[in-house]
Design a protein around this ligand. Structure first.
Ligand code: ADP
Ligand code: ASP
Ligand code: MG
Length: 403
């Protein structure tokens, strides 16, 4: 069978760890499988490179940032290939370009357009284990190297699994599967055997970085058999991310996610006239800023207040955009001491009282909720950041997720 295996930053964080990863690959190879491994940069490496760039510029040229960051995963792909080769295995490393990953030219968050699998197919035919540098591709338009957004090696793995029609895509990380919430926050969190693509996509989009959200979206679209498991305990089976109908009875709430990388933008005393919201959010969208929760309230004086959240990484860009709307309101402020806690579950669709339970749980801890938004399978709440972990544990208890 053809396996795509992805190893994240901590899994390849030291030379010893790279050697352990080589052992995992060898075992599958010895059992007769074809292997395409995708690797991240060694843990901390991407952040270090970003700091180097920021030493010279607060707004470095994004094409150069991609050139810089893509080097991190190339280091690990070559090292892992060298390690396996030394042990008698026929291997080849590949950059994103060599693996045929063609993308848009939106540097630092490029989208995959097509994958030309010819190089990989040839290497597999020649009996080679392929080690692909994750998180990168090459722009169709101008041939420059691009990267796929933070956590993007997950996306590389899923996309390659889809393009090569692999039997399985296993994402190896430092936890042995998907838990009801981040086990580092709630030690009572329970590992799930299975979770639906839909729920995993929500959890990932709402802050559970165990899988990159775009990778889950692609896995769902291409029907990739996706497994999350640990490279530290490879003998333990992980969590299968699969179609909803493959899960016998979905719990009402499957998991809780926390996102601290959110900033609340408040715009007060906005003149209440048609077109204001349209022009603000169009301008933000044009600047590629991902606006999430939006609340608008009209006061007695016919002035409105507008509250919305954006990713912390986009604050600089958003401040610039909002400059243009200064004259439309009395005040604009930015609060980064907030976070978003969310509960996710497909079972919510058919149950009542799910939301009120969450509000009661937070109220009993004296946590004030600033913004609420709901959809069919999720409820998100903006609260003060200092209550983040407390809120996650309170909600975990309220829905008895440890049972
Ligand atoms: P990698 O470097 O392998 O890509 P990440 O650090 O991106 O790994 O993701 C793994 C981390 O995700 C875990 O260490 C864990 O703290 C965190 N995490 C957040 N939510 C969950 C969850 N629901 N289940 C498991 N891990 C989670
Ligand atoms: N090295 C990149 C990051 O830290 C990509 C990845 O690890 O998936 O975001
Ligand atoms: Mg990751």
């Amino acid at each position: 069978m053809l396996r795509v295996l992805k190893f994240g930053g901590t899994s390849v964080g030291t030379l010893e760890r790279i050697q352990s990863v080589a052992q995992i690959i060898k075992k599958f190879r010895d059992a007769g499988d074809d292997i395409v491994a995708v690797v991240s940069a060694m843990s901390g490496e991407t952040n270090k490179l970003l700091e180097y760039a920021e030493h010279f510029s607060k707004t470095p040229n994004e094409a150069e940032v991609d050139m810089l960051l893509s080097s991190g995963e190339r280091v690990t792909s070559a090292l892992l290939s060298i390690a396996l080769n030394e042990q008698g295995y026929n291997t080849t490393s590949m950059s994103g370009r060599e693996a045929g990953i063609f993308t848009t030219s939106e540097h630092t968050y490029a989208r995959i357009e097509t994958i030309d699998t010819a190089n990989m197919q040839n290497a597999i035919k020649e009996g080679k284990i392929i080690i692909v540098a994750g998180f990168q591709g090459v722009s169709v338009e101008n041939s420059r190297v691009t990267t796929l957004g933070r956590g993007g090696s997950d996306l590389t793995a899923v996309a390659l699994a889809g393009a090569l029609q692999a039997d399985l895509c296993e994402i190896y990380t430092d936890v042995d599967g998907i838990y009801t919430t981040d086990p580092r926050i709630e030690p009572k969190a329970k590992k799930l055997d299975k979770i639906s693509y839909e729920e995993m996509l929500e959890l990932a989009s709402l802050g559970a970085k165990v899988l990159q959200n775009r990778s889950v979206e692609m896995a769902k679209k291409l029907n990739v058999n996706l497994v999350s498991r640990s490279s530290f305990t490879p003998e333990i089976e992980g969590t299968l991310i699969t179609k909803e109908e493959n899960i016998m009875e979905a719990p009402v709430v499957s998991g809780i996610a926390l996102d601290k990388n959110q900033v609340r933008v408040g715009m007060y005393g906005v003149v209440d006239k048609p077109g204001i919201a349209s022009s603000i959010f169009t301008a933000l969208a044009d600047a590629n800023i991902n606006v999430d929760m939006i609340v608008q309230t009209v006061g007695l004086d016919n002035k409105t207040n507008l509250d919305f959240t954006i990713p912390t990484a986009d604050v600089q860009k958003a401040t610039k955009v909002m400059e243009n709307f200064k004259n439309d309101s009395q005040k604009i402020d930015y609060n980064d001491a907030i976070c978003k806690v969310s509960i996710v579950g497909v079972g919510m669709k058919s149950h009542t009282g799910v939301a009120s339970k969450a509000f009661t749980a937070l109220a009993s801890e004296n946590i004030n909720i600033r913004i609420i938004s709901t959809s069919e399978i999720k409820i998100s709440m903006i609260i003060e950041e200092k209550y983040a972990e407390l809120a996650v544990r309170a909600l975990h208890d309220a829905y008895e997720l440890d049972k």
